[in-house]
Design a protein around this ligand. Structure first.
Ligand code: DGY
Length: 308
């Protein structure tokens, strides 16, 4: 009997080629919406392996629903997986670090530039037909050269964003669990705060009403990490009350639902979780998870295993 695996969204064909060559039996949930809980429990029941997405809550119940031995997560973030439950059951967990660093750092800069130069308002003005012509006072934004970028979470992606921002002439400071400037100082000094930390119990709502109040009134918040790192309700209030100048968000607290106050804000640039969404990166991610899935099925250590 060929080993069976579940893939909870279609992945790049290069990854599928790896699985086809290994002649394993593959069940692909067609998406585009995440697989629902009862279907997941049913379809995992005869699977030894799984390629999961960040939208799949993988807890003990899912892990007990089938003979799972390996979960290869098609993302670097793994906050949706109960790692203790996986360890207790001897299930290997892999993810995709490294390959999406540049794509996510590029998208961070797209958001940063987009908000700093008020492109949402500019685009709306042109489309509205209300633009009256060039004016010295029209939609002046933040110049990046000389502005301070505060990076929260100086891992691979934070470091790649720092390199890009330095090329734009920004002064870069950072805060990490292990070093950098104190968090309060970063918040008070930065013209742009960019979030690159994982979502954990400590970082949930790290950016809350009081942090937003301590930011400069001309400051911009960028989030390409995980939505719940920011208290979205508090962010909406801060934007409405002009406590900060704008926000560039690729991630949201309750994806795919977005707070109506953000949707209504001309100072928010909103993207549908596109950080790693380049053709090249998604190809690399697909191959990476397929290869680790096969390693797990063979009971070999994963190339990109998470320490459990
Ligand atoms: C990740 O990998 O964690 C991103 O959020 C999606 O690619």
């Amino acid at each position: 009997m060929p080993k069976k695996v579940l893939i909870t969204q279609p992945i790049d064909e290069s990854g599928m080629d790896v699985l086809r060559a290994a002649k394993i039996s593959v069940d692909v949930w067609p998406g585009p919406e995440p697989i629902d809980r009862s279907t997941l429990l049913e379809r995992v029941s005869d699977c030894e392996g799984m390629i999961s997405m960040l939208t799949d809550p993988l807890d003990a119940e899912v892990m007990d629903a089938g003979p799972l031995r390996v979960i290869a997560q098609h993302a670097v973030g793994i906050n949706n997986i109960d790692l203790d439950a996986a360890r207790q059951r001897g299930i290997q967990v892999g993810h995709t670090p490294g390959v999406l660093t540049d794509a996510t750092a590029d998208l961070t800069m797209a958001l940063l530039l987009g908000v700093a130069r008020r492109t949402v308002e500019g685009d709306a003005l042109v489309r509205s037909g209300q633009w009256k012509g060039w004016s010295p006072t029209l939609l002046r934004g933040l110049e990046l050269r000389g502005a301070t970028l505060g990076i929260v979470g100086m891992g691979r992606i934070g470091t790649a964003v720092a390199a890009r921002a330095s090329a734009f002439g920004m002064r870069v400071i950072h805060h990490n669990r292990s070093g950098g400037v104190p968090f309060d100082r970063l918040i008070q000094e930065s013209d742009v705060v960019s979030l690159h930390c994982p979502l954990t119990a400590e970082t949930r709502h790290l950016i809350d009403a009081s942090v937003l109040r301590s930011m400069k009134s001309r400051a911009i918040l960028i989030n390409t990490a995980r939505g719940p790192v920011v208290d979205e309700e508090a962010l909406v209030a801060a934007l409405e009350q002009h406590e900060i100048a704008g926000a560039g968000l690729d991630v949201f607290e309750c994806e795919p639902d977005v707070h109506p106050g953000l949707v209504a804000s001309p100072h928010a640039l909103l993207l549908p979780h596109l950080g790693s969404a380049t053709v090249q990166t998604r190809r690399r991610m697909g191959v990476m998870v397929a290869e680790d899935l096969l390693r797990g099925l063979r009971s070999e250590p994963l190339n990109n295993g998470v320490k459990l």
